[in-house]
Design a binder for this molecule. Structure first.
Ligand SMILES: N[C@@H](CCC(=O)N[C@@H](CS)C(=O)NCC(=O)O)C(=O)O
Length: 272
């Protein structure tokens, strides 16, 4: 068999090689999410993360996490109820106009669970995490996903239909909201079964699971929905006692009092 002669021009034009060359080039300019995953974790006083925060929203999960970690960060406060989230400036960052959002040197991330994992994995220096591949890690995932699944859907139905905040639901149907409340409370049975009398959702230390669970549970407690789930109530109280958490929910409490004085109408509507 004749040896194939090597022609440099043909070699360069070979479509497979062109593809590889382009891929290599595109990798060089790939977005930060695909680049250099191994930047060492940094704790301390370097400003790095901007948190777009609105009182009463899931952004208090991230606010709490950043405070617990003692990371330096910038917090941009946005009023959820006054239309600021629909303005051009915020929409350029998050076209959904939803919270939370973080920006980290131009890298923008939404979804509170993804944000918590990003911050912990990149800047957590091992805190609040379980060994990769462990069952504890799987349980953390379980509660993180669960927090945004059925309980979130039912609680949202309640807020929309029994306590619609300004500009959030045009045609509330209170019976739909009341069913949301009932269904939300029912979902707590699984937490009541699995939580311990002490510690946190997965073990003795905080994990991403607690940061996620804090949002539905703290607001449910605000509405006095935990009274038939004593372990869930005690767990929520353990979270609420943490100084970093209290810092993160101060404006949420103020806003709730402002929106629903003197007795939250959401309670009145739900009690009917
Ligand atoms: N699964 C998302 C949910 C985000 C979300 O729905 N946030 C609410 C505030 S708590 C929001 O901004 N909603 C905007 C809207 O419904 O238009 C997450 O966990 O970040």
């Amino acid at each position: 068999m004749a040896a194939r002669s090597f022609d440099r021009r043909t070699y360069r034009r070979d479509p497979a090689r062109i593809w590889h060359r382009q891929r290599r080039r595109s990798e060089r300019i790939a977005p930060i999410s695909r680049r250099c995953p191994a930047i060492p974790p940094v704790l301390g006083d370097v400003k790095m993360i901007t948190l777009y925060h609105a009182a009463t929203t899931r952004s208090f999960r991230i606010y709490w996490l950043l405070e617990e970690l003692g990371l330096a960060y910038e917090r941009k406060e946005i009023n959820y109820y006054e239309g600021e989230r629909h303005g051009e400036t915020f929409r350029a960052i998050n076209p959904l106009g939803s919270f939370p959002v973080i920006a980290d040197e131009g890298f923008i991330l939404i979804e509170s669970g993804a944000i918590i994992n990003y911050i912990l994995r990149r800047y957590g220096a091992g805190r609040f995490q379980a060994p990769p591949g462990s069952r504890d890690e799987a349980l953390i995932d379980q509660w993180m996903y669960w927090s945004e699944s059925l309980p979130a859907i039912h609680q949202r139905a309640f807020w929309d239909h029994c306590a619609p905040p300004p500009g959030c639901c045009d045609n509330p149907i209170p019976s739909v909201g009341r069913e949301g409340k009932r269904a939300f409370i029912k979902t707590l049975d699984i937490l009541e079964r699995d939580l311990r009398e002490d510690g946190f959702a997965v073990g003795d230390e905080l994990t991403g699971a607690d940061f996620m669970l804090s949002f539905p549970l703290f607001l449910a407690d605000f509405d006095n929905w935990l009274k038939n789930h004593p372990k869930v109530k005690a767990y929520t109280d353990r979270i609420a006692a943490r100084p970093a958490f209290r810092t993160a929910v101060r404006d949420t409490i103020d806003m709730c009092v402002q929106l629903y004085p003197p007795r939250p109408p959401r309670l009145a509507a739900a009690d009917k």
